[in-house]
Every structure is written in C-alpha cells, then in structure tokens.
Design a protein around this ligand. Structure first.
Ligand code: F6R
Length: 233
C-alpha cells in the first residue's frame, strides 16, 4: 500500500524510539508546529522517550484526540490528567488543548474544539487503535465525514478501558472525540499498535478495503500514514 509505510519493531520501547525519530526529523525540518496526541497504554513508552530526550516542544501546540464526558480534568482517569502526568508536567509545550468533558454545552464544546483545529492545522497526529478498530473514540459505524462529536462508547471499549477505573467507580460511557474527518486533515499520521490484540484491526487495514465497521481502514484514504507495530505480516 503506497500511502502506508510500516515499521516493524521488536518491542513497544523500540517503537517509541522510532516515533521519536520521526518527530525529531519533522521538528528539525521545521515542519512540526502542531502535534496531535493520543492517550492509552500504547502511548506511555512514547511519552517516556519524549520526556527523556532533548526534543524541544516549547514552540509546538498540542491537541489531544479525546476525553471522557463527566469526569473533571483533575480526576486520575481523565485524559487531561494522563497527559499532564506522562508528558506536559515534564516537557513544556507552547500550548495544549483537550476537549472539556465537563462542558455544560457539549455541542458548543465540539464546535469550539473543531474551530481551534481549523485555526491550528495538525502537522502530525499520533493514533493508537482499539481492539475493535476504533481510532480516537470513533467507534465502528462512525461516518468518515465526522468532526469533533459526542460518542456513546461501545461495550468493547468499555470492557477494555474499565480496567483503569477502581471497582467502586463507574466508567463514563460517553466521550468527546475528534472525528474521522478532523483526524484525516493531519498532514502526517503515526499509528502505533503493539501486541496480538491489535492484530485483527491491523489485518483489516492491510486488507486494503475501507469499511465503516473498522474505522482504522479509513486511513487507507490518507496520503501519509506510518504504522509502527511489533506484529509481522
Ligand atoms: C486514546 C484513544 C484510543 C486509544 C486506543 C488504544 O486517546 O484515542 O483510540 O488509542 O483505544 O488504547 P491502548 O493504547 O490503551 O491500547
């Protein structure tokens, strides 16, 4: 697939290093001003590498893909908290943005976020993949035309992500997420997928056919995608 470059690695850590190398190249070429970030376990070693590197993000604006609805930024399971803990408290950025899952008017919040994205076009967007093929929280069935919107999380995503919530807490079942179209506007997409559990989604991508049921396959329509994975195909 000519739009998809695959880098096969032996470990998440090696994958993280590859991602940092791409970021370094783009920074040095003066092409990285706006960086789209993701959360989740896949991204943790990436942020660890970024933090321990000498990469300078003080002139870079960051946007996050998604945020749960109904938990505040200081809640340890919010994505705002995750970003602060893993990256922003250790590496200064020029400006960081994430959707406000506590906004009273969620539709207005989506419009606000999408407007910010239009004003600050993404140079690179990091993406993880859900076991069900979601990208950001764009679950199976999401339209390719979608922009930042409210989503009902699927049972598959709730089952996977509820491991991070303690027993006496209920995990949010709704979230705000950049849409497929918002993501596809990024000039460069870097997709990280490690472990057997991501294999089915990657197989769908490499099969080369776009399907609404596997949102990751929308990436087949993007001109510049790099997949970093420990799975061999
Ligand atoms: C997180 C996000 C999600 C995750 C995906 C994989 O911001 O947008 O799409 O990237 O669910 O999660 P992990 O890395 O925990 O397997």
């Amino acid at each position: 697939m000519k739009n998809i470059q695959t880098i096969t690695v032996d470990s998440k850590e090696q994958g993280a290093e590859e991602i940092c190398n791409i970021v370094r190249g783009e920074l040095e070429a003066g092409r990285l001003h706006v960086l789209g970030l993701a959360t989740g376990s896949t991204m943790e070693p990436v942020y660890e590498k970024m933090v321990s590197s000498n990469l300078d993000f003080s002139d870079v604006t960051a946007f996050n893909l998604d945020e749960y609805i109904g938990i505040p930024a200081d809640h340890e399971n919010s994505y705002a908290y995750y970003m602060k803990k893993h990256l922003f408290s250790k590496k200064p950025f020029k400006q960081t943005y994430i959707e406000n899952g506590m906004a009273e008017d969620l539709d207005a919040e989506c419009v606000r976020y999408e407007t910010l994205l239009k004003e600050n076009p993404l140079d690179i967007q990091f993406l993880g993949i859900g076991e069900n093929g979601h990208i950001a929280f764009n679950e199976p069935g999401t339209s390719p035309e979608s922009v930042t919107h409210v989503v009902e999380l699927t049972q598959s995503t709730i089952d996977v992500n509820s491991q991070y919530f303690s027993e006496d807490e209920t995990m949010p079942t709704t979230a705000l997420t950049m849409g497929i179209s918002s993501i596809m506007q990024a000039k460069k997409l870097i997709v990280a997928a490690f472990g057997e559990k991501k294999r089915a989604a990657l197989e769908k991508l490499y099969a080369g056919e776009i399907s609404t049921e596997w949102p990751v396959t929308y990436l087949l329509d993007h001109p510049d995608v790099t997949v970093i994975t420990d799975q061999k195909f």
